[in-house]
Write a protein that binds this ligand. Structure first.
Ligand code: C2E
Ligand code: CA
Ligand code: CA
Ligand code: CA
Length: 280
């Protein structure tokens, strides 16, 4: 039995090695892709309810691998985090999104998205000098700090004191902070006292169960009440149906993001986004 156990261990280690090797290959390819048309950002509207007017956008990374085709960020982002490549790749994403938001400001004027949200991973936040990098990017792109929102997960902030300190410095620049996937990590409520958050993104897993009489609706109700009490802006993530949108509004939600309103789209389609015509 002992030998069998040992054998399994070897197989397990092999798989781990294979996975690590695979991730190294993937991120090496990724670093070459950045700066070419293989790698780009889409922008998903964050809308004001009930009308669906554009309130902001979230930048979402896309990669079409020359041999393997489209690869999900749910695959390449974790790989890039493990190898550390997320630091240069994430800096490129941040600069690209800020540059685009500055362009919208020029071309769309008052109709421009009021904020561009950029996902920042734990690994980036732990890097000393992240806040300095953000300041440099804002100055290079000319985007007002208040128009940038940095999205971080609870787990990233909870990771350690260094990440939280870095985040406070970023907030000190005037950049908005959003807690992403809220409710799926740990320490949720305690974190709200220490983290300089402006926005709380209520995770899709809580929105999925929101129906006129669904039991999950109480969680969404509790979260909006916390946000109201703490003067946080709540954004409901992954809104897919009219019923969800209507129930969320009844609960007091004023901001939403999801396929019901709009899917992630290329930057040049943002100016053509019109509220009031949700996708079926
Ligand atoms: P996230 O930050 O929670 O982003 C929201 C995800 O939900 C996006 O998936 C978006 O396309 C998807 N989504 C939006 N509305 C709906 C809906 O109504 N229904 C469903 N089923 N999905 C919806 P995406 O673009 O595949 O990104 C997955 C995750 O990858 C993101 O989750 C984020 O954690 C990460 N990611 C994406 N881009 C970046 C990036 O530039 N940097 C970092 N660090 N992470 C990123
Ligand atoms: Ca996000
Ligand atoms: Ca999210
Ligand atoms: Ca997510």
């Amino acid at each position: 039995a002992k030998e069998q156990g040992k054998g399994r261990q070897v197989v397990f280690d092999d798989r781990m090695d294979q996975r690590t090797a695979e991730q190294s290959r993937l991120t090496a390819d990724l670093r070459h892709a950045v700066g070419t048309d293989q790698f780009y950002l889409l922008y998903q509207p964050i809308v004001a309810m009930p009308g669906g007017e554009l309130a902001g956008v979230e930048a979402l990374a896309r990669w079409t691998h020359p041999q393997r085709g489209p690869i999900s960020p749910a695959v390449f982002i974790p790989a890039a985090e493990r190898t550390g490549s997320i630091v240069p790749v994430g800096a490129w994403i941040l600069e690209q999104a800020c540059r685009q938001a500055a362009v919208w400001l020029t071309t769309m004027g008052a109709a421009a998205p009021r904020t561009v949200s950029v996902n920042v991973s734990a690994r980036q936040l732990r890097e000393a000098g992240f806040a300095g990098e953000v300041a440099a990017i804002l100055s290079r792109t000319g985007l007002p700090a208040a128009m940038l929102t940095v999205e971080v997960t609870e787990t990233a902030v909870f990771d350690g004191g260094a990440a939280l300190e870095e985040l406070k410095t970023v907030a000190g620049l005037g950049v908005k902070i959003a807690l992403d996937d809220f409710g799926t990590g740990h320490s949720s409520l305690g974190l709200l006292r220490t983290c300089p958050a402006d926005v709380l993104k209520v995770d899709k897993s809580f929105v999925d169960g929101v129906t006129a009489d669904g039991p999950q609706t109480v969680v969404a109700a509790a979260l909006i009440s916390i946000c109201d009490g703490m003067r946080l802006r709540a954004v409901a993530e992954g809104v897919e149906t009219a019923e969800q949108a209507a129930t969320l509004q009844r609960l007091g939600y004023r901001y939403a993001q999801g396929y019901y309103y709009a899917r992630p789209m290329p930057a040049d389609e943002i100016a053509g986004y019109r509220p009031g015509a949700p996708e079926a």
